[in-house]
Design a binder for this molecule. Structure first.
Ligand code: TYM
Length: 340
């Protein structure tokens, strides 16, 4: 039997998971789970790049793991881990940071966007080196594909460049990973319902633009009813405005329908009807996730056992990669444990 390619991906346990996270990443993870050898990570160390309340961070870490499983990740066939439970992530990040030119990090648009309105004194150096830790996450597992939303493309390009640079300088150690973005049609960049020019985001000022995965059905419907469209009243599939295009994209991502089917379903229908149809799909998709989530969070001990098992499995692979890296760069092994 040929080995299945490896997928690694992760999400931060900060803020509430939203429809963009689901359609850009979590749903594709679930739908393609059987094709790959998977690592799905809760990246708690990345969350530390901005201030966090300690109790809330711990609770969110567990909640996010529960949401992965509630959405359909099978912890028996995929490895589910918390980033900080596998210390190899931090160690490789340090090493890779020493191979990363500052200029590469200064060009990261997410860093520039996140820091545009902050005083230099308030920005942590962790936020600046964030993409290096992300590269370490990915490269530790000899990852072939990284399934993410469109907003992570630049970070993945940096990961690829960094792996190529390291391999060139120190000899081939790392697999060069490929981004896997929008493969299922739709959902790679879900926009805010209130401002369709910006992406749906955990850090959105207003809650009206963001559908949280745990929002109750009436709240979801109300948010869609208020979604920004344009001054027209019915759908023109030839040239939908950004707000309408976003609603159509959400519908397409959830139903998996073709562009032709989308056109015949929506051409000429009123905006009110469009919003209701999309809300119906979203509510139907979230209902089973919310139900399973409630069951899972009622058993935190069971959840912690799953995470402990995941960390153990991940550590086996991560430590082998790190051992090779350490040896390539000349770090003396702890006594008796290496060939040098
Ligand atoms: P995070 O936590 O910001 O987002 C998690 C995933 O959700 C996707 N996403 C979206 N997709 C479509 N539309 C949106 N509006 C939207 N908003 C978010 C993101 O693209 C992402 O796939 N840096 C990563 C976490 C990370 C990681 C990794 C990912 C750390 N290490 C290694 C992959 C591999 C992040 O902050 O994701």
């Amino acid at each position: 039997m040929t080995e299945r390619p490896t997928v690694f991906s992760g999400m931060q346990p900060s803020g509430d998971l939203h429809l963009g996270n689901l359609l850009g990443a979590l749903r594709p993870w679930v739908l393609e789970q059987h094709l790959f050898h998977n690592y799905f990570c809760v990246v708690d160390l990345h969350a530390l790049t901005v201030p966090q309340d300690p109790l809330a961070l711990a609770a969110k870490t567990r909640e996010l793991a529960a949401l992965y499983i509630a959405s359909g990740i099978d912890p028996d066939s995929s490895t589910l881990l918390v980033q900080s439970h596998v210390s190899e992530h931090s160690e490789l990040a340090w090493i890779l940071g020493c191979f990363t030119p500052m200029g590469w990090l200064e060009r990261m648009t997410q860093y520039k966007d996140k820091t545009r309105h902050s005083a230099q004194e308030r920005i942590s150096s962790g936020l600046f080196t964030y993409p290096v830790l992300m590269a370490a996450d990915i490269l530790l597992y000899r990852t072939n594909f990284v399934t993410v939303g469109e907003d992570q493309r630049q970070h993945l390009e940096l990961t690829r460049n960094l792996a190529t640079r390291f391999n060139h300088l120190m000899g081939d150690v790392f697999v060069i990973p490929e981004p896997r973005i929008g493969q299922l049609g739709g959902g790679a960049r879900v926009m805010s319902l209130e401002d369709p020019a910006s992406k749906m985001s955990k850090s959105d000022d207003s809650d009206w633009g963001v559908i949280a995965l745990l929002d109750p059905p009436d709240r979801i419907r109300a948010k869609f009813r208020r979604a920004k469209t344009d001054s027209g009243s019915s759908v023109d599939m030839e040239a939908p405005s950004p707000g309408v295009a976003n609603l159509l994209d959400i519908y397409r991502a959830l139903t998996g329908c073709s562009q032709d089917a989308l056109t015949s379903e929506f051409q000429g229908i009123g905006y009110g009807q469009l919003k209701d149809k999309v809300a119906d799909q979203v509510i139907a998709a979230l209902e089973p996730i919310q139900r399973r989530y409630r069951d899972l969070t009622a058993d935190p001990v069971g959840l912690d056992a799953i995470l402990a098992r995941g960390a153990e499995a991940a550590r086996g692979v991560a430590s082998a990669t790190l051992r090779e890296v350490r040896s390539r760069i000349g770090l003396l092994p702890p006594s008796g444990s290496g060939p040098l």
